[in-house]
Ligand binder design. Sequence first.
Ligand code: SAM
Length: 272
Amino acid sequence: MPAVCRPPASPSSSAALHRRPPLPRPVFGLPRSLFFIPSPLRKTRIRCSSQRQALFNRIAPIYDDLNDLLSLGLHRSWKRMCISWSGAKKGDRALDLCCGSGDLTFLLSQKVCGLDFSREQLSIASVRQDLYWKASYQNIQWIEGDALDLPFSDCYFDAITMGYGLRNLVDRQKALREIFRVLKPGSKVSILDFNKSTSSLINTAQEWMLDNVVVPVASTYGLSQEYKYLKGSIAEFLTGKELEKLVDEIGFSKARHYEIGGGFMGNLVATK
Ligand SMILES: C[S@@+](CC[C@H](N)C(=O)[O-])C[C@H]1O[C@@H](n2cnc3c(N)ncnc32)[C@H](O)[C@@H]1O
């Protein structure tokens, strides 16, 4: 991949990430790391970036299973929609920001970088890359980096995706400015996330789902605090119209927010 990708210092280098990390022995069939969540962090509200980073490291071992369980597998089709809205074509140079364990990165996988600041999520992405072997997956480079300070030169990417990342960033405006900087003119960013709806019916249903399905299911994995923050983060997020306005102010030429998944999810598409 690109020479301009700043080679991350070891041990977070992409080469290190391509090596399959040793999987810890499970305890009672569950990942060992789940049993060692530092108690002060479990009670604290997630505010600053390093706390969010710690949170995503902790939930990494069960993140994929919970996504499948809680969305009944629907997140897979929302992610395919997100990819098709990004306009990424074969041969394009693409970036998947806040890639987590790599769902969107694998779907792009032409010549693609997946960037995240959680080393645990990237390790799982790397294990999945080996596990579900496909020739195109060998084009993926995993980069440990900050979405607020992208290690790429200006006008570098043909397409960018970000799934469930924007809501989690401490400075959304800065992240969108960085996306604008590294996108080529005429190219698109496609951003999938929870929808902060303007309909009180959808908000009530969404909150009910979070309180009565998502948090109870996560608590069976010992992660209720980690998933309780979702409700607050959606409340603090922007509505579709506000997102369109924000990218418009940053300088994108076109912006459109689509409500999907019965209005529970949203996908912002912006063209530089
Ligand atoms: C909810 S997960 C989404 C993962 C994946 N994109 C998906 O759709 O399943 C959000 C990801 O954003 C990452 N993240 C949050 N803030 C970040 C930042 N400033 N820089 C890079 N990654 C960040 C977290 O580590 C986490 O993996």
